[in-house]
Design a protein around this ligand. Sequence first.
Ligand code: DQA
Length: 145
Amino acid sequence: MKRVAVINGPNLNLLGTREPDKYGDRTLDEINWLVSREAESLEISCEFFQSNSEGELVTAVQLASDSDGIIINAGAYTHYSIAIRDAIAAIAAPAVEVHISNVHAREDFRRVSVIAPVCVGVIAGFGSNSYILALHALAGLDLPV
Ligand code: DQA
């Protein structure tokens, strides 16, 4: 069974009440439940982690180094955290960058991702479904295209 770490960054603990026009009504617990249900059908086991602190997110990425993949929504850190980028670059596990909103349709500063170049791909703009799509992306990584 594949093992995937689902890592969420700052303010994503507030999903459900945080700017629902941009991020929807689902709480992070609800999203994680949907992800783990989908993961079961793909024979993937998921571990979930959320932190508002950059250092804790760096440690979570390092600890996931022996997993089969990482799904990471680094929140605002996406746009400037070289430390999280370097942690992703340092480990062998493939990472998928995820965003609930379409960051390219928002403010200019959200169009920049310092972590995208060290991820296998980016999924943004599909609401909480972005996490499910990332799961399928990781599940299919070693399949021929
Ligand atoms: C986000 C987009 C980021 O720009 C923002 O800072 C977030 C959430 C998203 O999931 O759409 O916290 O990562």
